[in-house]
Design a protein around this ligand. Structure first.
Ligand SMILES: NC(=O)c1ccc[n+]([C@@H]2O[C@H](COP(=O)([O-])OP(=O)(O)OC[C@H]3O[C@@H](n4cnc5c(N)ncnc54)[C@H](OP(=O)(O)O)[C@@H]3O)[C@@H](O)[C@H]2O)c1
Length: 295
């Protein structure tokens, strides 16, 4: 069993981005610029946003954080988005999810300009991905395919199973793995809460991606000997013994499953870090699109 080390792979992706950004700035160009809108005080969201900003700083990407109160009106939020859409100095925009209940998340996603949609959640981005056109790939599945490529894990002809069908993770993950690309050409089954015989289907996978948000859901008997297991899950579970009062758990029962696998991602230290690498890559791509830059 080999650990798929998100820390190491993300660091190497970030280093490549940093070199490219340094080169741009050295040549008198402005740095790429990411804007993040954070609504309210969700602890997990604040942690993710802080981590995204830190990673921008490490790579030389400018970042701007717009913090709005939890009771901000939908119209005020849409107005912020419009201003950023119209700002030629900002290349990428993401609105950290989840949003407070009174705000229509889909409406917000659709109001981001598709050329600044670095989260890849806009229907235009999703449609392009579906049809195999260049686009912003949602950062988490993008991070997963970068990880598979880094470790030279063959996907072509393999049986892949993705558990979870969200627009953010499961569905785009299944599209990427089944696409006619270097990181695709797998035969993909997508599972969800209504899937029958889920355990049996998982146990047939050469590549198993767990993205359902149920800590420790994937047990050893659901995993084929030698499978590649990608754990996307991030759930905060209470832990009175820890300083923060919680710890992060993935969707895979790591201790029991790891010995059966050829490769497995740890949580933390796996897909989460790759997600940020995906976001940074998308931001650099948005910069190139918006500034007409060609390398
Ligand atoms: N590592 C990262 O950077 C990163 C990024 C994003 C998300 N995440 C984590 O990934 C997990 C999934 O996120 P998400 O946004 O995709 O979640 P989501 O929108 O809640 O979707 C969960 C999916 O899992 C399916 N599901 C739930 N319970 C199931 C069960 N018992 N059996 C089979 N399928 C089941 C649901 O099926 P139905 O459609 O039938 O309801 C749904 O499709 C969460 O833990 C989240 O925190 C991590």
């Amino acid at each position: 069993m080999e650990l798929l080390d998100g820390k190491k792979v993300a660091a190497s992706v970030k280093e490549t981005i940093k070199q490219e950004v340094d080169e741009l700035v050295k040549n008198g160009k402005r740095a790429p610029h990411l804007a993040v809108i954070l609504v309210g005080n969700n602890g997990a969201s604040e942690t993710y946003v802080a981590s995204k900003q830190r990673s921008c700083a490490e790579t030389g990407i400018t970042s701007t954080l717009v913090k709005l109160e939890a009771d901000v009106s939908e119209e005020a939020l849409l107005n912020e988005i419009r201003q950023i859409n119209d700002n030629p100095e900002i290349d990428g925009l993401l609105v950290q999810l989840p949003l407070p209940k009174h705000i229509n998340e889909q409406q917000v996603i659709e109001s981001i300009h598709p050329l600044k949609d670095v989260d890849g959640f806009h229907p235009v981005s999703a449609g392009n991905l579906m049809q195999g056109y260049p686009t912003f790939i949602p950062a988490t599945p993008f991070g997963v395919v970068m990880m598979l490529q880094h470790y030279n894990i063959t996907t072509a002809g393999k049986r892949a199973v993705v558990v979870g069908r969200s627009n953010i993770v499961g569905r785009p993950m299944s599209v990427l793995l089944s696409s006619n690309t270097d990181y695709g050409n797998a035969t993909v089954t997508i599972c969800h809460s209504r899937t029958k015989d889920l355990e049996k289907i998982c146990a047939e996978a050469d590549i198993l991606v767990a993205a359902l948000g149920k800590p420790g859901f994937v047990k050893a008997h659901m995993v084929k000997e030698g499978a590649v297991v990608i754990d996307v899950g991030i759930t905060r579970v209470e832990d009175a013994g820890s300083k923060r009062g919680f710890r992060i758990k993935g969707d895979v029962d790591f201790a029991a499953v790891a010995p059966k696998t050829s490769y497995i991602t740890p949580v933390p230290g796996g897909v989460g870090l790759m997600t940020i690498a995906g976001l940074l890559k998308n931001t650099l791509a948005a910069y190139k699109l918006n500034s007409g830059y060609t390398s």
